[in-house]
Design a protein around this ligand. Structure first.
Ligand code: ADP
Ligand code: ZN
Ligand code: MG
Length: 472
């Protein structure tokens, strides 16, 4: 029998507010253990939490970026469970009245992943296992999270990958989180079941926790899909349980049964009032939201005529997109700017992280001024490229490197002379070209470019060279 994968995701995203959700402790990652703590976030009895308004604002931004409805009234609930990383023995979360609901993210294959809800909650502390002892660090306790819960709408691990990548990009773009899976600022729990192809009913699901990369996630899903089919084909039944993914051998194993962990006895947190958000407040946040990456991508293609691949690269982060937009503002051909960024500027960046941060030694206006010189016919493409390299090396504007004569171009008489000289000086290349080696022309062109210090029009030079060679 053929089986279909059914999967739903619960994604925790740490919000990048400066302070925690219910106190004014710092949310900074990596401080000395238990230094970013106070009686509120360590859960001393009798302390009173006070909701950080920025958390609500960021969560609404996340909701709008994922096409959610924003609730005018929501509330905080206590989710009760006992674990050493949670000294209050309850987590303050949202249960039946979440801040955002009914959103979606569309995939490139045309399928829509529905988002059931986004709620706000506090993170727990962290257990550190060392030398046979277990230590607890409460720095992370009380760091604000949003949990984004999808409907069971995924049908393949590729769809999960695309969704997570899109979500990650959107959250980074609007600036609510850095979404680093390795550092735990984005964590996905994957629910998986299988059912006979064509069946409408959902099968029993398992949930896999603790995956710190998208690649591991897709591997875990593929493994679990095959495992469940094996169990069913051998006449067995799937037990609802929480699994861990073992990176070393690519398998899943049981963490705990769901039955005994499931009763959280949610109830309203009596220390916190309802959260009221007016439509006007939501609209103000919507207006302040930056253009989302997907919208930008479409615009770069339709408005600037960029190829899709370029548009994709330029919308990998807000810093790149903003640089591109500033540098191409008013230039004749934004594709030239795109080429400079994707070619020369990216090449100087060490890795994807650096590309995303996009710290460039020159401001976008310098690149724009350089490209405008090309637009007005003052310089040629090859001179643009070599000048850009000098600018990037030094952080200085184009005018530092271009003399009067550079900007005057090469007149036709000079160009003819450069070409004649090149032909005279390179008899071997000429012979090669005549013998049918078209590549030999490049050597001749190179010497013309050198003689003209890059100012010559390459196409025109090529035309003259061919004319000279075929005449002689
Ligand atoms: P719980 O209350 O136990 O957390 P939810 O209804 O909130 O369960 O669902 C948790 C996640 O599991 C959601 O992302 C949902 O899409 C997914 N899910 C629910 N049922 C299934 C199923 N049969 N197969 C795969 N995923 C499922
Ligand atoms: Zn605190
Ligand atoms: Mg749930």
């Amino acid at each position: 029998m053929k089986y279909e994968l059914v999967s739903g995701l619960e994604t925790h995203v740490e919000l990048s507010t400066k302070t925690k959700i219910f106190c004014s402790c710092s949310t900074e990652f990596g401080g000395e253990p238990n230094t970013h703590c106070c009686p509120v976030c360590v859960g001393f009895p009798g302390t009173l939490p006070k909701l950080n308004q920025k958390v609500v604002e960021y969560a609404i931004m996340a909701g709008l970026a994922t096409n959610c409805e924003i609730s005018n009234i929501s509330k905080m609930d206590r989710k009760n469970y006992c674990y050493p990383d949670l000294p209050k023995a309850y987590q303050i979360s949202q249960f039946d009245m979440p801040l955002c609901k009914n959103g979606h993210i569309d995939l490139s294959n045309g399928r829509r992943i529905r988002i059931n809800r986004i709620h706000i909650e506090e993170d727990a502390g962290k257990l550190v296992h060392q030398g046979g002892n277990t230590y607890v660090d409460y720095n992370r306790g009380g760091v604000p999270l949003i949990e984004i819960v999808t409907e069971p709408d995924f049908r393949s691990s590729d769809e999960v990958r695309e969704y997570v990548e899109k979500l990650q990009l959107a959250m980074k773009f609007i600036g609510v989180s850095d979404c680093k899976m390795q550092e735990g600022s984005m964590r996905c729990d994957v629910n998986i079941s299988v059912r006979p192809m064509g069946s409408e009913e959902y099968g029993t699901r398992t949930e896999i926790k603790n995956m710190n990369s998208i690649t591991f996630m897709t591997k875990a899903i593929d493994y679990e899909y095959t495992r469940q089919i094996d169990v069913l084909e051998n006449g067995g039944r799937i037990t609802q349980e929480t699994l861990r993914y073992n990176e070393s051998d690519g398998t899943t194993s049981s963490m705990r049964n769901k039955e005994d962990a499931d009763d959280y006895r949610y109830f309203r947190d009596p220390d916190l009032v309802n959260i009221h958000v007016t439509d006007e407040e939501v609209e103000a946040i919507r207006r302040a939201l930056p253009e989302l990456p997907e919208v930008k991508r479409e615009r770069y293609i339709s408005q600037f005529g960029l190829p899709e691949a370029d548009a994709l690269q330029l919308t990998k982060s807000r810093a790149i997109a903003e640089f591109f937009e500033a540098a191409s503002d008013g230039v004749a051909n934004p594709k030239t700017v795109a080429n400079c960024i994707i070619g020369q500027i990216f090449r100087r960046m060490e890795n994807d992280d650096a590309k995303e941060k996009f710290e460039v030694s020159i401001p976008a206006s310098y690149l724009k001024d350089l490209v405008l010189l090309l637009d007005s016919g003052k310089i040629r493409m090859n001179l643009l490229k070599s000048t850009l390299d000098k600018m990037l090396d030094s952080g200085k504007p184009a005018t530092e490197f271009l003399s009067e004569s550079d900007l005057s171009g090469v007149d036709t008489g000079d160009l003819k002379k450069f070409c004649e000289d090149a032909v005279a000086a390179n008899p071997n290349a000429v012979a090669d070209y005549r013998a049918g080696k078209e590549k030999a022309l490049k050597a001749l062109l190179g010497s013309v470019m050198k003689a003209s210090r890059g100012r010559a029009d390459a196409l025109e030079a090529e035309r003259i060279l061919i004319e000279l060679i075929s005449k002689g």
